[in-house]
Design a protein around this ligand. Structure first.
Ligand code: NCD
Length: 303
């Protein structure tokens, strides 16, 4: 495995090793080093967690980072340079690339010409594999039986790459029961449902948000992806459909937990944050450990 582009090219053995490596790094972060190596973090779309946790991961491993402020505005892409040419050049300047782009398929395109590993940090409404891995790690850490648990995914399932990647990852390697909660305009797409069917995963669409969260062991909230709506009226009509607030706390299972890839835009009320079942900040923290494991895998274990 030379790159991390999507969840479908992973194997169970690789995944198990990555989860154990992440756990090891979380316990003893100083044990893994990539001293002297350089990460290029190239983001054509805004990011706080993915970008800064990749950069923090590299620095914590003893490596260095080169970056552009905003690749969409500052890189030679504004002069018309193709992603292939950019990546070929970056292969001489760095040892590994974290790439985020607004178009589906860009990470794959970049990987096709890159001599160094490409880590897909999100390609439009396509995939976000490192997020799915950190989501999985956070679920796994809770000690749930991944072959016997219910997860509901709530919000913009059409444009949200995190829920797309997480659904595929879970379906390929485990036996979750998945409940999708979305307005009709933002339902999970057929390509993902096809993968669920292929792996005989139990899934359903549910219109009743409160019913879905009451049944679930993991509640995965997402924001409506404003930037991906062609029609702003449609965005405004769906934007406030679901909110996890204090009225939801008594409804959910004692051992359930709530995740969100963040940023949140009102779909989780701030006043539930102190409930111990709200794990989204822990999830964001795990992003650093999972990305340390990914960088360490590609630069040390895989080389
Ligand atoms: C997500 C993304 O960029 O897809 N954020 C993240 O990486 N943590 C989710 C989002 O932007 O809504």
């Amino acid at each position: 495995m030379k790159h991390l582009i999507d969840t479908q090219s992973l194997s169970k053995e690789w995944l198990d090793n990555l989860l154990s490596l992440t756990q090891r790094i979380k316990q003893k972060p100083q044990e893994c080093k990539v001293t002297g190596k350089i990460l290029a973090s190239i983001f054509f779309e805004p990011s706080t967690r993915t970008r800064l946790s990749f950069e923090s991961a590299m620095l914590r491993l003893g490596g260095s980072v080169i970056t552009t402020e905003d690749a969409r505005a500052d890189s030679s892409a504004t002069k018309g340079e193709t992603i292939e040419d950019t990546v070929k050049v970056l292969s001489y300047y760095s040892d590994i690339i974290a790439l985020r782009h607004f178009e589906i398929g860009t990470a794959k395109k970049a990987a096709s010409v890159s001599s160094i590993p490409i880590l897909n940090a999100g390609d439009g409404a396509g995939e976000h594999p490192s997020q799915a891995l950190l989501d999985l790690f956070t679920i796994y850490e809770q000690g749930v039986d991944l072959n016997d648990f219910t997860i509901c995914m709530v919000g913009d399932l059409l444009h949200g790459r995190t829920v797309r990647s997480l659904s595929c990852l879970l379906a390929q390697f485990y036996k979750p029961n998945i409940i999708f909660v979305a307005p009709p305009q933002c339902k999970m797409s057929e390509d993902v449902l096809f993968i669920l069917e292929k792996h005989q995963i139990k899934w359903r669409n549910e219109v009743d948000f409160k019913k879905a969260i009451a049944e679930s062991d993991c509640i995965y909230m997402t924001r409506f992806q404003r930037e991906r709506f062609a029609d702003m009226n449609m965005y405004e009509s769906v934007q406030n459909t679901y909110q996890f607030d204090t009225s939801c706390l008594p409804l959910i299972k004692k051992n359930a937990f709530v995740l969100h890839p963040l940023p949140r835009c009102g779909e989780i009320a701030v006043d539930v944050d102190n409930d111990p079942r709200m794990l989204y900040f822990k999830q964001a923290e795990n992003g650093v450990f999972v990305r340390m494991a990914l960088i360490y895998f590609f630069l040390v274990l895989n080389s």
